[in-house]
Design a protein around this ligand. Sequence first.
Ligand SMILES: N[C@@H](CCC(=O)N[C@@H](CS)C(=O)NCC(=O)O)C(=O)O
Length: 324
Amino acid sequence: MAGPNEVDRTIHSHTTGAAAETAAAHQSEKPLKLYAGWFCPFVQRTWITLNEKNIDYQYIEINPYHKDPDFLKLNPRGLVPTLGVPVPAPVTSANANGDSNDDVTNNASAKKERKLKPIYESIVIAEYLDEHYSDTTKHGPRLLPSGDDSLAAYERARCRLWIDHISSRIVPAFYRFIQHTPEKDGQYTIDDAREELLKQMKVFFQEVIDLDGEREEMGQASGPWFLGKRFSLVDVTLIPWALRLFLIDHYKPSGVGIPEEGKGGEDEEVWRRWRGWFGKVRERDSVMSTMSAREKYIEVYQRYAEDKTGSQVGQATRGGKSMP
Ligand SMILES: N[C@@H](CCC(=O)N[C@@H](CS)C(=O)NCC(=O)O)C(=O)O
């Protein structure tokens, strides 16, 4: 089976720009370890979550296309992000006091009992971090609505629904667009690819507008995010691809095609909402501190733009299969 190839294995090896400073500040040994690739939008979801929640971690840069055996032992899917999580050993009479919250314990014997366990899949990781680091005085507001009442359960489900929309509609459309080459015209044209991406983005931002309306009716404050004033996991899920749309402008004829201000016709309201959201994304520290230099993204995404990558995402897109 085809797999990562030379263009994947020889990509630039480390963070640059703002992301380099953030990575440098997280080099020392820590119980929580983020195995990352600087270029990877799925990793960026995790990285933003860690920053947003003020969680201490160690940043470990790897090239996931090398399929290092030690890395495959942690994550048999061979994908970044992978999180190494210090998990306490099951409680026995010998360590009955060894509580398990790595946030609070300084107990040496409890530390000794811990094992590094892997968690992977960017959304699973984000939910784990939000749930485990739940002390809002240390880690800020929850990224998914919390609470046991039926309203909170509904709001959580609604967030997960739109997280699913982003992951199963917007993200695949992004790759279909950027991996389009003229040879594919028989299967789908660049205009088809553009139409699909814009359609799925419009569906999402129309939902945000509808939620704004609900909030207004309830007298709640308006704000730029999916949950109004409150930044959430839904925003985190979309941000990395929003920040990579410029690559489609760079590589593809006629670009992404999001209309300029005042030129959106009947969709003007939706695109105004997008602009309001995206403007705030670019002001958010937890986000911008994970961005490498623009030219490095241009370089690393050339293998997608020319459809030469053997990455799992690239192969899935080429083969019309679901994303890894
Ligand atoms: N579903 C995974 C996707 C992660 C993913 O595809 N990561 C890419 C880098 S952006 C990777 O590790 N690719 C290695 C490969 O394709 O072999 C997630 O959400 O974490």
